[in-house]
Ligand binder design. Sequence first.
Ligand SMILES: [Zn+2]
Length: 389
Amino acid sequence: MQLYRAKFVLPIATPPIEDGVVAVERGRVAATGRTADFSGPFTDLGECALLPGFINAHCHLDYTDMAGEVPMRGSFTEWLADITALRRAWSAPQFAVSACNGLIGASRSGTTTLCDIAATPANLGLVAAAPMRVLSCLELIDVAGQTIDDSQWACFAGLSPHAPFTASAALYEKAHTFCRKRRRIFTTHLAESLDERAMFEEARGALYERLRALGRPMSDCGHGSSVELLDRLGVLRGALVAHANCVSDDDIVRLAQAKAIVVHCPSSHRFFGHPPFPLERLRAAGVPVCLGTDSAASGATLDMRDEMRQFGAAFPAVRPGDALAMATVAAAAALKRPGVTGTLAPGARADMIAAAVERNPRDLPEAAVMSRGAVWLNMVNGKAVHRED
Ligand SMILES: [Zn+2]
């Protein structure tokens, strides 16, 4: 058994412990408590907070090196066209290096689990070999009538039909059935932009015109929201929904009834200038909300503390401890791993980080969220992934 001592232990599931210890055995948390309750030897991590590693519930590792390459020129639709063109221009090695850089940045900043939307299936071996908990969800697009090869689906932790405007109803249904039968993650971008809302609710707007020009059948537009469309298909059930920025009260009821979970990505939200995120309305309806970064192409750093800080700035009434829960324990549940990670409760995987905090923090979760730079230690399954000397 390995005993890690720190000035503060923040198990998340239970109250903080000053002068605490996390006992790790065979890659799992065996116990937490005060140092006085254990007899050493200790690995003393010193004046820091030891807490569960962050869980990024929505990211695109393979776009990491696109940071700053796809500026927002006016509309979400134009941005989509720009990133699609850049994707076509990139080579397989560029995507591979980009994903590696994403993994390095995430581990240095304290992330231990990522739900990665994999648009580059060839990267699967690379990200699977990373010593982190990477849950790869294969991105599915058939907007141009592509035939989808499902032979590799079982290799992925989940599936991600891209969005209701780029994936057909048949593809959504097939992917949802596959994930439900095998208990995989089913995730999609939904209700992200005003352009998407205008397309589905009013059969007009920039996104509508662009997709019609690409030859997408548009008969599903003009009959209600994209949330309503997916609900009618039955594929909202248990879905992990990225964004949900532009939702009506009826849409929120649908999300709640379907037991969907929303991933909010604060920096991407700010990058696009979407309408205010409906946090209070989602929470009031009982829809769980967790946090993700989205991609570096839309302004993210892949540092979950940046997302928590931006979230805190947009919602000052939410306590830092709540934001931290959204990036740990709530995200673990969203990714079908409750109790496995995102907590330092006994039995959980020892996915934990040591972050520098001020000497006498007024609010320990806030101090952890405000920490900057590389974490001192990042550990997955009890093994160090990143260590600062
Ligand atoms: Zn995304």
